[in-house]
Design a protein around this ligand. Structure first.
Ligand code: IMP
Ligand code: MG
Length: 174
């Protein structure tokens, strides 16, 4: 069985939208500092591109949680694989995620972070599949709502492949 990748959102579309969201975030956080928490590994490309375009001071930390195995199905199990290095107490925290699917990962993560006393806690995602939601969560910044299809690129993988694609594509098995 082989796979092909069909372009869903081109590199130009993604870059343009990230610039818009970065401008909005810069306005919303005027006079403040943002402590960005990148959710590894998928969120890494988006975090870099977003943070480069934000005009207020930014500090960063990284977390890794696992909710998926090597396939495309959710296990429903969330585990912290890498915890924060820095305290978030009293900070304006912005969680940066690649995609929200069932919402299980973020629902768990946001509660975990909220318990550590941040001054504020917001969520920014590159992609959202609203149709797939199982756990309701509030998303503050969304670059794109997408249909219920398995996507790769811009940090997102299929069995660890395709993260390096500069666009968002849909994996088609043929
Ligand atoms: P959730 O807990 O179901 O919201 O899953 C979120 C995580 O599942 C994301 O951070 C991704 O790592 C992974 N995921 C969900 N949908 C996709 C997809 O279409 N492509 C690649 N990874 C996905
Ligand atoms: Mg992720």
């Amino acid at each position: 069985m082989s796979e092909t990748v069909r372009v869903l959102l081109s590199e130009e579309e993604v870059d343009r939208r990230i610039a818009e969201i970065a401008a909005q975030i810069s306005r919303d956080y005027e006079g403040k500092e943002i402590h960005m928490i990148c959710v590894l590994k998928g969120g890494v490309f988006f975090t870099c591109e977003l943070s480069k375009r934000v005009t207020v001071p930014v500090s960063m930390d990284f977390m890794s949680v696992s909710s998926y195995g090597a396939d495309t199905k959710s296990s429903g199990v969330v585990k912290i694989v890498k915890d924060l290095d820095l305290s978030i107490q009293g900070k304006d925290v912005l969680v940066v995620e690649d995609i929200i699917d069932s919402g299980r990962t973020l629902s768990y993560l946001l509660e975990y972070l909220n318990n550590q006393g941040p001054k504020s806690l917001r969520l920014c995602t590159l992609l959202d599949k609203p149709e797939r939601r199982v756990k309701e969560i509030h998303v503050d910044y969304t670059c794109f709502d997408i249909p219920d299809e398995f996507v790769v690129g811009y940090g997102l993988d299929y069995a660890q492949k395709y993260r390096n694609l500069p666009y968002i594509g849909v994996v088609e098995l043929d």
